[in-house]
Design a protein around this ligand. Structure first.
Ligand SMILES: Cc1cc2nc3c(=O)[nH]c(=O)nc-3n(C[C@H](O)[C@H](O)[C@H](O)COP(=O)(O)OP(=O)(O)OC[C@H]3O[C@@H](n4cnc5c(N)ncnc54)[C@H](O)[C@@H]3O)c2cc1C
Length: 604
């Protein structure tokens, strides 16, 4: 491989000798996109520092069917653990985070989803000028390409709604595609889902109105088999020859270096057994993700003085929202055993033992449903009244949640259909086991993941000590707010009705999870199950929130020359899987940085 971009520990001294304009901390989802966009200008020198390794041509990353091998594996995953979560009966959850070039986009489930327009518009309502759906939409398009294979976007007659070409990117580096096949049984599930929900197909779920049932897009390249498309393959490998882009791997940044005028000068990093310092003439940019970016601010003395004192860190700048406002989607599931003789054996093959055969088409259905369509008017108003008492949200956030719950046109619950058994009982502690190995079972299985879109619970992530290698204290806040439990119960009751439909019932042997004796129509029983069977959907965000920790140009408040660009700046919970939004935020950030440093006029 002929590259001049990459530096491992063996060439550290050369990396340290370069005069960088920008240092990007973290070569992950946002960090590599940013590095690629900034180095489009050959006069700008960018250095990326990544704690993980280069995993080019690594089958566990590239082959979607092998992704479970990357989870709970220190070669790819930071292996964080949550604090005990009172909302889930004191369980400690595995908090998976990618530790490789590409970051979490290199180990994630590859669901490409866009939120509702009102989710993004709320950012602007909160005072973040320039961050509305209309202004962010071009950046979703810029990073994405909707892939066609043999001239088709999906096998003929297979997509559930027609694509609107202008709602997709066609030249972006991240390739997205539809599943190439559908399990026979799933065709019946679609009919049952439609009949039970009575919600028409979305006209265009990609333009800010994701309501109803539609096909799941994945960040998978399918022109030659199935290969993960992620930040490293899209933004780094094609740019390996750029002279002005250097990447140092296996190097952990431990703090930001600040001068007496509160300007970021560079960073301190640990590599090849010792500490080093490196300086940036323009800016240091934290793209270390929603756990590590706030952690690096705290290790540098920026945060809540009380918490810093407890960790034995001198406070340089009080900024009490650092590490707070952690938003996460709580995920529960329901599983049915199917009659093998009547349904085709379509397993997801995500489990470690059974993943070698083929395919990556196990998750093909995505749906958002309004809460008001799932509960009685009385239950809706009871839930709304609980939301009004919620103390963790800003007033505008609370109002937007209430509006969503009442709006028959807004999705409050997300459903994903999976041809596999989801085992949260084991998987909450080790996500490589989330999809159960059912090879050798008599039956096949079908599950729905159920999650909320506007989670009310909030958590936090903070340093536990001044040791940069000590594990952070991550409180996911799972089900802290009882409203989140109510919503999940309503979602499970709906899914159960889908499976009682005559379209599928002749193939259903039994409900396996929860056991058939749990009455999901009874809220008390439903709530008990939800608290026992809910885990993280891996969508952590909000811990360096725009408006609170960074301004609308993503500059850390009170410090010059320091930005945060990753999932942590997203200020409020958004609907659905968040990766597409992380890419869009990073695309916009690249333009903001170019504008601020007048890069556009220097080169373009
Ligand atoms: C298991 C899993 C499944 C998911 N599934 C989906 C999905 O299907 N669809 C979806 O939309 N979203 C999904 N997500 C969420 C999505 O992948 C993430 O939200 C997104 O990738 C986060 O991007 P980021 O840039 O904020 O952080 P990351 O991509 O995690 O990047 C952070 C980078 O910084 C590096 N780093 C951290 N600390 C340091 C340090 N001190 N020094 C140097 N480097 C450092 C890390 O190693 C990493 O490479 C999933 C996430 C996970 C973990």
């Amino acid at each position: 491989m002929s590259i001049n971009t990459l530096y491992g520990p063996e060439t550290l001294s050369q990396f340290l000798a370069i005069n960088f304009d920008y240092i990007i901390v973290g070569g992950g989802t946002a960090g590599l996109l940013l590095a690629a966009r900034l180095t489009e200008n050959p006069n700008i020198q960018v250095g990326v520092i990544e704690a993980g390794r280069l995993k080019k041509d690594d089958l566990n990353v590239d082959d979607p069917a092998r992704l479970a091998r990357t989870l709970y594996n220190p070669e790819y995953d930071w292996l964080y653990r949550s604090t005990p979560q009172t909302g889930t009966n004191d369980k400690v959850h595995h908090v998976a985070r990618g530790k490789l070039l590409g970051g979490s986009s290199g180990i994630n489930y590859m669901a490409y989803c866009r939120p509702a327009a009102e989710d993004i518009d709320l950012w602007e309502t909160l005072g973040n000028k320039g961050w509305s759906w209309k202004e962010l939409m071009p950046y979703y398009l810029k990073s994405q390409s909707l892939e066609t294979v043999n001239g088709m976007k999906a096998p003929r007659g297979q997509t559930l709604c027609r694509d609107v070409p202008q709602s997709h990117g066609h030249r972006g580096p991240i390739l997205t595609s539809y599943p190439r096949r559908r399990a026979l049984f799933e065709k019946r599930v679609i009919r049952a889902f439609d009949e039970t929900s009575n919600i028409p197909r979305p006209k265009d779920p990609w333009s800010g109105r994701p309501l109803g049932l539609y096909d799941h897009l994945s960040t998978i390249r399918r022109d030659d088999g199935a290969t993960r498309s992620y930040a490293a393959s899209a933004f780094l490998y094609p740019n390996f020859r750029r002279e002005n882009l250097k990447v140092l791997t296996e190097a952990t940044v431990c703090k930001v270096l600040l001068d007496k005028q509160f300007k970021a000068e560079g960073v301190e990093l640990f590599c090849a057994g010792t500490m080093h310092r490196i300086f940036a003439s323009r800016e240091a940019i934290l793209s270390a993700g929603p756990v590590q970016s706030p952690r690096l601010l705290e290790l540098s003395g920026i945060g809540n003085p009380k918490l810093l004192r407890r960790a034995d860190i001198d406070c340089v700048l009080p900024l009490s929202d650092v590490g707070e406002n952690l938003c996460e989607h709580p995920m529960t599931s329901i599983t049915y055993a199917l009659d093998e003789t009547k349904s085709s054996r379509d397993n997801l093959h995500l489990c470690q033992e059974a993943c070698d055969d083929d395919t990556s088409d196990g998750v093909s259905l995505m749906a958002f449903l309004p809460y008001s369509s799932l509960v009685s008017p009385k239950e809706l108003e009871e839930t709304v009244s609980k939301v009004t008492q919620s103390t963790q949200l800003l007033e505008q956030e609370r109002d937007s949640v209430i509006a969503r719950l009442r709006d028959p046109g807004s999705g409050a619950l997300q459903f994903n259909g999976i041809t596999a058994m989801v085992d949260i009982g084991v998987g909450h502690a080790d996500q490589s086991k989330l999809i159960a190995d059912t090879s050798g079972h008599e039956n096949t299985y079908y599950s729905f993941h159920v999650t909320t879109t506007s989670t009310l619970s909030r958590g936090s992530t903070h340093v536990a000590s001044s040791d940069p290698f000590a594990a952070p204290a991550i409180d996911l806040g799972l089900l802290r707010d009882p409203t989140d439990v109510d919503l999940l119960c309503a979602g499970l009751e709906f899914a159960d009705k889908v499976f009682s439909s005559s379209h599928v019932s002749d193939q259903v042997v039994t409900r396996v999870i929860p056991s058939p004796d749990v009455d999901l129509g009874d809220r008390e029983q439903g709530c008990r199950f939800v608290r026992d069977w809910t885990t993280s959907f891996n969508h952590l965000l909000g811990t360096c929130a725009m408006g609170r920790v960074v301004d609308e140009r993503l500059r850390v408040k009170g410090i010059s020359g320091l930005r945060v660009v990753d999932a942590s700046v997203i200020p409020t919970q958004i609907s659905g899987n968040i990766m597409a939004t992380v890419y869009a935020v990073a695309e916009k950030a690249a333009d903001l940085i170019k504008e601020d440093c007048d890069l556009s006029t220097e080169y373009y």
